[in-house]
Ligand binder design. Structure first.
Ligand SMILES: NC(=O)c1ccc[n+]([C@@H]2O[C@H](COP(=O)([O-])OP(=O)(O)OC[C@H]3O[C@@H](n4cnc5c(N)ncnc54)[C@H](OP(=O)(O)O)[C@@H]3O)[C@@H](O)[C@H]2O)c1
Length: 287
């Protein structure tokens, strides 16, 4: 039995479906009972737990062979990351008590970066889990191709998509969430001791211009990227109701300036199989 957090989300959903398809049993960890029926139908045990609730998480993580752990994305954190720190404290307490024989933890490219930015939240998660006795594998994923979901509406409506990734011809490490979920399920079936870091990107790096060209092909209309000037970012994010836009802006700087990268070289990162066009077609069909 494997406990899967974030099962109603992108990566956790794929990881759980892959385990189930392999004939393995899954305990679906979720906060919203209303979302449980579909997973119950697929044969999952349901464990209700908010990621802030150490006692509920301890019950959810007890008696399993392994855990797929993710923390929810927090795009607009309060300075000092108190929201992520509360979740990290709860999951660390729960894992420390439940003592699973392995944890596969979804982390990120650039989790090791010391420059203040949004991804420090996953660096804090890694540091906390490093203090535990259970073997932990950090699955550091590249930029999700699915982040292009925000590009579908402008691509369709005007053919001009604002890009914060710049310059527009710079290849960025990206990966499909399907590839991450599949690898997470495979890693849960491996045995190891201590701490592992696995870095994952797609079959090739992707430029913003390639995203635009692929949207153009799929939508049958001209689409181009337009770089949003760096000086406008924080004001723009604030106008979109972000209270603390600097963390996100600095993360984007990190990709653009190259200090958000895999800790090991791109030679040693694992490569997924899912192509950009496959993901963009799915996003266009969905929206
Ligand atoms: N986007 C990227 O480019 C990127 C790259 C590398 C790593 N990451 C990391 O990947 C993770 C996001 O993965 P994803 O895209 O698969 O997630 P997602 O699709 O956004 O789903 C988030 C999941 O977390 C659950 N959740 C949210 N708040 C919760 C709470 N308080 N208690 C319990 N469950 C809660 C959601 O449940 P509900 O259905 O109830 O909302 C959902 O299952 C984040 O940690 C992010 O930092 C992202």
């Amino acid at each position: 039995m494997f406990a899967v957090t974030g099962i109603t989300g992108q990566v956790g959903g794929v990881a759980a479906r892959t385990l189930l398809d392999t004939g393995l049993s899954v305990r679906a960890v979720m906060r919203d009972a209303a979302k449980g029926a579909a997973w119950k139908e697929r044969g999952c045990e349901i464990a209700l737990a908010d990621m802030n609730d150490a006692a509920a998480l301890t019950a959810a993580f007890s008696g399993v062979d392994g855990i797929f752990l993710m923390i929810p994305p927090i795009f607009d954190p309060t300075p000092g990351f108190p929201e992520a720190r509360a979740i990290i404290a709860a999951v660390t307490t729960a894992i420390g008590v439940a003592k699973p024989s392995k944890v596969v933890c979804l982390s990120t490219i650039g989790a090791q970066a010391t420059q203040p930015n949004l991804l420090n939240q996953l660096g804090l998660l890694e540091q906390a889990l490093n203090t535990l006795q259970s073997p932990v594998c950090f699955l550091r994923a590249a930029w999700f191709i699915e982040n292009a979901v925000w590009d579908v509406a402008p691509a369709r409506a005007t053919g001009v998509v604002p890009s914060f990734l710049q310059p527009l011809d710079k290849p960025v490490p990206m990966v499909a969430t399907a590839d991450i979920g599949h690898l997470a399920a495979a890693l849960l079936q491996e045995t190891w001791t201590g701490r592992r870091i696995i870095e994952l990107e797609g079959p090739r790096r992707i430029t913003p211009n390639q995203i635009a060209a692929t949207f153009a092909e799929i939508l049958g209309r001209p689409v181009r990227m337009e770089a949003v000037p760096r000086g406008a970012w924080e004001g723009l994010f604030a106008s979109q109701d972000m209270k603390n836009p600097t963390s996100r802006a600095r993360m984007l700087d990190g990709f653009n300036e190259g200090w958000i990268e895999f800790e090991n070289s791109d030679q040693s990162s694992r490569k997924g199989h899912t192509e950009l066009k496959t993901v963009l077609k799915q996003l266009v069909a969905r929206i």
